[in-house]
Design a protein around this ligand. Structure first.
Ligand code: C5P
Length: 228
């Protein structure tokens, strides 16, 4: 019944403009990656966490997590996110052959409540091959063409915003990655391509992805316990 969480954090992305990869951006003085790994391990259902780090930073990432008393495993990531997840998955399957459930989690969603993490695992253990946490759409959404001309207005009631961790029965994720191309940004999307059903469960506002300086300010407030 082992559950393993994979955290792809091998990107050099510096879109936050703070001069360090996003996973190392501090919130209340602690890097996002540390918050994310701590959150996964503090959810009752996650046994092991495997982080994919930039190849040159495997040792420093190990040291960072050890300094925070977090027993995560760190592997060298690949050339893109898909390669990094694939490498982390291969490590997890080799080192933890009893793995039944695999989560894939964005380090940038560092403040995901343990309840969300556990409910994704519970749904997989309950028989769903793939599970994603979602929120309803607050905004109306338009589909536009290449010239920004509105084509249509999808029914908002049927749309969801997708968060992580995304959870998978191990064989399903392995098959999805065996058949994946090079540029998947959404693991559940790979499973959909197999024709396997993906179940949506309730996400949480605190599972927001920290992408912009504005998000960082919100994250600081969330951690301070001020905003919900
Ligand atoms: O750069 P992008 O936004 O696509 O990255 C999404 C996630 O994938 C980030 O968490 C990033 O660290 C990770 N990634 C990775 N290995 C890469 C590139 C990105 O693990 N080679």
């Amino acid at each position: 019944m082992t559950t393993v969480a994979l955290v792809p954090a091998a990107g050099r992305g510096e879109r936050l403009g703070l001069g360090v990869p996003k996973a190392l951006v501090p919130v209340r003085g602690v890097p996002l990656l540390v918050h994310a790994v701590r959150g996964l391990l503090s959810a009752g259902r996650v046994r092991h966490v495997v982080v994919a780090a930039p190849p040159a930073e495997v040792w420093s990432t190990r040291a960072l997590l050890a300094a925070h008393d977090l027993p995560a495993e760190v592997v060298a990531g690949g050339a893109d996110r898909t390669a990094s997840v694939r490498l982390a998955l291969a490590h997890a399957l080799a080192v933890h052959p009893g793995t039944r459930v695999v989560l894939v989690h964005d380090a940038a969603r560092a403040f995901t409540p343990p309840l969300v993490i556990d409910s994704v695992v519970e749904a997989v253990l309950g028989g769903a091959p793939a599970v994603i946490p979602v929120l309803p759409m607050a905004d109306t959404v338009k589909r536009v063409d290449a010239h920004e001309v509105v084509q249509d207005t999808p029914d908002r009631a049927a749309l969801r915003v997708v968060q992580t961790p995304q959870g998978f029965e191990v064989g399903t994720l392995r098959r999805a990655y065996a058949e994946a191309g090079d540029s998947a940004t959404d693991d559940a999307g790979l499973v959909e391509k197999l024709g396997v059903p993906v179940l949506a469960v309730p996400g949480h506002a605190h599972a927001m992805k920290v992408t912009t300086p504005f998000d960082l300010a919100i994250a600081e407030a969330v951690l301070a316990g001020g905003s919900a």
